[in-house]
Design a protein around this ligand. Structure first.
Ligand code: AP5
Length: 210
Protein backbone atom coordinates (compact mmCIF):
# COMPACT_ATOMS: atom_id res chain seq x y z
CA UNK A 1 0.00 0.00 0.00
CA UNK A 2 1.55 3.31 -1.09
CA UNK A 3 0.00 6.32 0.62
CA UNK A 4 0.41 10.07 0.52
CA UNK A 5 -0.47 12.35 3.43
CA UNK A 6 -1.34 15.82 2.22
CA UNK A 7 -2.07 18.87 4.33
CA UNK A 8 -0.91 22.31 5.44
CA UNK A 9 2.16 22.67 7.65
CA UNK A 10 1.16 21.56 11.14
CA UNK A 11 -2.02 19.80 10.00
CA UNK A 12 -0.76 16.63 11.70
CA UNK A 13 0.75 14.69 8.79
CA UNK A 14 3.78 13.52 10.76
CA UNK A 15 1.65 12.55 13.75
CA UNK A 16 -0.77 10.47 11.65
CA UNK A 17 2.06 9.00 9.55
CA UNK A 18 3.41 7.41 12.76
CA UNK A 19 -0.05 6.04 13.62
CA UNK A 20 -0.45 4.45 10.17
CA UNK A 21 3.11 3.11 10.33
CA UNK A 22 2.27 1.28 13.60
CA UNK A 23 -1.11 0.06 12.33
CA UNK A 24 -0.03 -1.13 8.88
CA UNK A 25 3.65 -1.93 9.37
CA UNK A 26 4.88 0.22 6.50
CA UNK A 27 7.52 2.96 6.89
CA UNK A 28 6.65 6.65 7.19
CA UNK A 29 8.89 8.76 4.98
CA UNK A 30 9.08 12.46 5.82
CA UNK A 31 11.04 14.55 3.33
CA UNK A 32 11.11 17.32 5.97
CA UNK A 33 12.84 15.01 8.49
CA UNK A 34 15.24 13.75 5.83
CA UNK A 35 16.15 17.29 4.83
CA UNK A 36 16.64 18.37 8.47
CA UNK A 37 18.93 15.36 8.96
CA UNK A 38 20.87 16.34 5.81
CA UNK A 39 21.23 19.91 7.12
CA UNK A 40 22.45 18.60 10.49
CA UNK A 41 25.03 16.38 8.77
CA UNK A 42 26.15 19.11 6.35
CA UNK A 43 25.62 16.95 3.24
CA UNK A 44 25.45 18.61 -0.23
CA UNK A 45 21.64 18.22 -0.23
CA UNK A 46 21.47 19.72 3.25
CA UNK A 47 23.63 22.68 2.23
CA UNK A 48 21.39 23.25 -0.81
CA UNK A 49 18.22 23.02 1.30
CA UNK A 50 19.00 25.02 4.45
CA UNK A 51 18.34 28.55 3.20
CA UNK A 52 14.97 27.60 1.71
CA UNK A 53 13.84 25.72 4.83
CA UNK A 54 14.78 28.54 7.22
CA UNK A 55 12.61 30.93 5.19
CA UNK A 56 9.68 28.50 4.94
CA UNK A 57 10.12 28.14 1.17
CA UNK A 58 10.09 24.88 -0.76
CA UNK A 59 13.43 23.25 -1.49
CA UNK A 60 13.95 22.95 -5.29
CA UNK A 61 12.19 19.96 -6.84
CA UNK A 62 15.35 18.29 -8.17
CA UNK A 63 16.96 18.16 -4.70
CA UNK A 64 13.88 16.63 -3.01
CA UNK A 65 13.06 14.23 -5.84
CA UNK A 66 16.62 12.85 -5.73
CA UNK A 67 16.44 12.22 -1.97
CA UNK A 68 12.99 10.60 -2.20
CA UNK A 69 13.91 8.35 -5.10
CA UNK A 70 16.87 6.89 -3.18
CA UNK A 71 14.77 6.37 -0.05
CA UNK A 72 11.89 4.47 -1.64
CA UNK A 73 14.37 2.16 -3.37
CA UNK A 74 15.38 0.82 0.07
CA UNK A 75 14.40 -2.68 1.18
CA UNK A 76 11.88 -1.64 3.88
CA UNK A 77 9.72 0.10 1.24
CA UNK A 78 9.08 -3.00 -0.83
CA UNK A 79 5.64 -3.65 0.74
CA UNK A 80 4.59 -0.03 0.65
CA UNK A 81 5.21 3.32 2.34
CA UNK A 82 3.59 6.48 3.64
CA UNK A 83 4.81 9.72 2.12
CA UNK A 84 4.61 12.66 4.55
CA UNK A 85 5.40 15.98 2.88
CA UNK A 86 5.99 14.63 -0.63
CA UNK A 87 4.85 15.46 -3.26
CA UNK A 88 4.47 19.15 -2.54
CA UNK A 89 4.24 20.42 -6.14
CA UNK A 90 2.64 19.05 -9.30
CA UNK A 91 6.11 18.43 -10.87
CA UNK A 92 6.99 16.28 -7.80
CA UNK A 93 3.78 14.25 -8.29
CA UNK A 94 4.65 13.80 -11.97
CA UNK A 95 8.15 12.65 -10.97
CA UNK A 96 6.58 9.93 -8.78
CA UNK A 97 4.59 8.76 -11.80
CA UNK A 98 7.78 8.67 -13.89
CA UNK A 99 9.45 6.53 -11.19
CA UNK A 100 6.67 3.99 -11.81
CA UNK A 101 5.21 4.41 -8.31
CA UNK A 102 1.49 3.61 -8.02
CA UNK A 103 -0.24 5.60 -5.32
CA UNK A 104 -3.23 3.81 -3.76
CA UNK A 105 -4.67 6.61 -1.66
CA UNK A 106 -4.05 10.26 -0.84
CA UNK A 107 -5.30 11.35 2.57
CA UNK A 108 -5.70 15.08 3.02
CA UNK A 109 -5.79 16.20 6.66
CA UNK A 110 -7.71 19.46 6.63
CA UNK A 111 -7.15 21.99 9.40
CA UNK A 112 -8.02 25.72 9.09
CA UNK A 113 -5.12 28.19 8.98
CA UNK A 114 -6.09 29.82 12.33
CA UNK A 115 -5.76 26.47 14.12
CA UNK A 116 -2.41 25.80 12.43
CA UNK A 117 -0.85 28.98 13.81
CA UNK A 118 -1.87 28.01 17.36
CA UNK A 119 -0.66 24.43 16.99
CA UNK A 120 2.77 25.24 15.65
CA UNK A 121 3.31 27.77 18.45
CA UNK A 122 3.10 24.84 20.90
CA UNK A 123 5.09 22.25 18.96
CA UNK A 124 8.38 21.06 20.43
CA UNK A 125 10.76 18.68 18.67
CA UNK A 126 13.54 16.52 20.04
CA UNK A 127 16.96 17.76 18.97
CA UNK A 128 18.29 14.22 19.26
CA UNK A 129 15.83 11.91 17.46
CA UNK A 130 13.42 14.46 15.91
CA UNK A 131 10.30 13.16 17.77
CA UNK A 132 7.49 15.71 17.76
CA UNK A 133 5.44 16.86 20.77
CA UNK A 134 2.96 19.60 21.69
CA UNK A 135 2.90 21.55 24.97
CA UNK A 136 -0.89 21.04 25.33
CA UNK A 137 -1.94 18.21 23.00
CA UNK A 138 1.01 15.81 23.22
CA UNK A 139 3.25 16.79 26.14
CA UNK A 140 6.45 14.97 27.09
CA UNK A 141 6.34 13.05 30.38
CA UNK A 142 9.11 15.29 31.78
CA UNK A 143 8.95 18.91 30.61
CA UNK A 144 11.55 19.67 27.93
CA UNK A 145 12.88 16.08 27.75
CA UNK A 146 12.15 13.64 24.90
CA UNK A 147 10.22 10.52 26.00
CA UNK A 148 12.05 8.37 23.45
CA UNK A 149 15.73 9.30 23.76
CA UNK A 150 16.03 11.73 26.68
CA UNK A 151 17.45 14.62 24.61
CA UNK A 152 16.23 18.23 24.93
CA UNK A 153 13.04 19.32 23.12
CA UNK A 154 13.21 22.67 21.32
CA UNK A 155 11.14 24.98 19.07
CA UNK A 156 11.64 24.16 15.38
CA UNK A 157 13.32 27.08 13.59
CA UNK A 158 10.60 27.38 10.95
CA UNK A 159 7.83 27.45 13.60
CA UNK A 160 8.46 31.16 14.32
CA UNK A 161 5.07 32.92 13.72
CA UNK A 162 6.22 34.95 10.66
CA UNK A 163 7.72 31.86 9.00
CA UNK A 164 4.53 29.87 9.68
CA UNK A 165 2.55 32.49 7.72
CA UNK A 166 5.02 32.18 4.82
CA UNK A 167 4.73 28.37 4.90
CA UNK A 168 0.92 28.57 4.79
CA UNK A 169 1.11 30.91 1.79
CA UNK A 170 3.45 28.51 -0.02
CA UNK A 171 1.12 25.61 0.82
CA UNK A 172 -1.94 27.31 -0.69
CA UNK A 173 -0.06 28.41 -3.82
CA UNK A 174 2.09 25.39 -4.62
CA UNK A 175 0.79 22.31 -2.76
CA UNK A 176 -3.00 22.71 -2.57
CA UNK A 177 -3.30 22.23 -6.39
CA UNK A 178 -2.33 18.60 -5.75
CA UNK A 179 -5.82 18.07 -4.30
CA UNK A 180 -7.31 18.55 -7.78
CA UNK A 181 -4.53 16.43 -9.30
CA UNK A 182 -5.40 13.41 -7.11
CA UNK A 183 -9.15 14.06 -6.96
CA UNK A 184 -9.19 13.70 -10.76
CA UNK A 185 -7.59 10.25 -10.29
CA UNK A 186 -10.25 9.24 -7.70
CA UNK A 187 -7.58 8.85 -4.98
CA UNK A 188 -8.24 11.79 -2.67
CA UNK A 189 -9.94 11.29 0.73
CA UNK A 190 -10.29 14.23 3.12
CA UNK A 191 -10.13 13.82 6.90
CA UNK A 192 -11.15 16.81 9.00
CA UNK A 193 -8.41 17.26 11.62
CA UNK A 194 -9.86 17.19 15.14
CA UNK A 195 -8.79 18.95 18.36
CA UNK A 196 -7.54 15.65 19.73
CA UNK A 197 -4.85 13.53 18.11
CA UNK A 198 -6.68 10.29 19.00
CA UNK A 199 -9.89 11.35 17.22
CA UNK A 200 -8.00 12.35 14.08
CA UNK A 201 -6.23 8.98 14.16
CA UNK A 202 -9.55 7.12 14.28
CA UNK A 203 -10.81 9.05 11.24
CA UNK A 204 -7.52 8.58 9.39
CA UNK A 205 -7.46 4.81 9.94
CA UNK A 206 -11.13 4.57 8.90
CA UNK A 207 -10.31 6.52 5.70
CA UNK A 208 -7.70 3.90 4.79
CA UNK A 209 -10.35 1.20 4.72
CA UNK A 210 -12.93 3.26 2.78
P1 AP5 B 1 8.03 19.42 6.82
O1 AP5 B 1 8.87 18.94 7.91
O2 AP5 B 1 7.35 18.45 5.92
O3 AP5 B 1 6.99 20.44 7.44
P2 AP5 B 1 5.45 20.71 7.13
O4 AP5 B 1 4.77 20.13 5.99
O5 AP5 B 1 5.42 22.17 7.21
O6 AP5 B 1 4.79 19.88 8.20
P3 AP5 B 1 5.02 19.95 9.70
O7 AP5 B 1 6.09 18.97 10.09
O8 AP5 B 1 5.21 21.36 10.16
O9 AP5 B 1 3.61 19.52 10.23
P4 AP5 B 1 2.81 18.16 10.20
O10 AP5 B 1 1.64 18.29 9.29
O11 AP5 B 1 3.69 16.97 10.02
O12 AP5 B 1 2.23 18.22 11.66
P5 AP5 B 1 2.69 17.47 12.99
O13 AP5 B 1 2.19 16.07 12.97
O14 AP5 B 1 4.13 17.72 13.30
O15 AP5 B 1 8.85 20.40 5.85
C1 AP5 B 1 9.72 21.42 6.39
C2 AP5 B 1 10.40 22.14 5.25
O16 AP5 B 1 11.18 21.20 4.47
C3 AP5 B 1 9.47 22.80 4.21
O17 AP5 B 1 9.06 24.08 4.61
C4 AP5 B 1 10.38 22.81 2.96
O18 AP5 B 1 11.30 23.85 3.03
C5 AP5 B 1 11.14 21.50 3.07
N1 AP5 B 1 10.46 20.39 2.35
C6 AP5 B 1 9.99 19.24 2.89
N2 AP5 B 1 9.46 18.44 1.95
C7 AP5 B 1 9.59 19.12 0.77
C8 AP5 B 1 9.20 18.83 -0.57
N3 AP5 B 1 8.56 17.69 -0.89
N4 AP5 B 1 9.49 19.76 -1.51
C9 AP5 B 1 10.13 20.89 -1.23
N5 AP5 B 1 10.51 21.23 0.03
C10 AP5 B 1 10.24 20.35 1.01
O19 AP5 B 1 1.77 18.28 14.05
C11 AP5 B 1 2.03 19.64 14.32
C12 AP5 B 1 1.82 19.89 15.83
O20 AP5 B 1 0.45 19.72 16.18
C13 AP5 B 1 2.58 18.90 16.71
O21 AP5 B 1 3.04 19.60 17.85
C14 AP5 B 1 1.54 17.84 17.09
O22 AP5 B 1 1.81 17.25 18.34
C15 AP5 B 1 0.26 18.66 17.11
N6 AP5 B 1 -0.91 17.93 16.65
C16 AP5 B 1 -0.98 17.04 15.62
N7 AP5 B 1 -2.22 16.60 15.45
C17 AP5 B 1 -2.98 17.24 16.38
C18 AP5 B 1 -4.37 17.24 16.71
N8 AP5 B 1 -5.24 16.47 16.05
N9 AP5 B 1 -4.80 18.04 17.70
C19 AP5 B 1 -3.92 18.81 18.37
N10 AP5 B 1 -2.61 18.86 18.12
C20 AP5 B 1 -2.15 18.09 17.14
Amino acid sequence: MNLILLGAPGAGKGTQAEVICQAKGIPAISTGNMLREAVKNGTPSGLAAKGYMDKGELVPDDVVIGILKDRIAEEDCKNGFILDGFPRTVPQAEALDRMGVTIDKVIEIYVPDETIAKRLGGRRVCEGCGASYHLDYKPTRVEGVCDSCGSRTVIRKDDEPATVLDRLKVYHEKTAPLKDFYFAQGKLVTVIGQEEVQKTSELTLAALDD
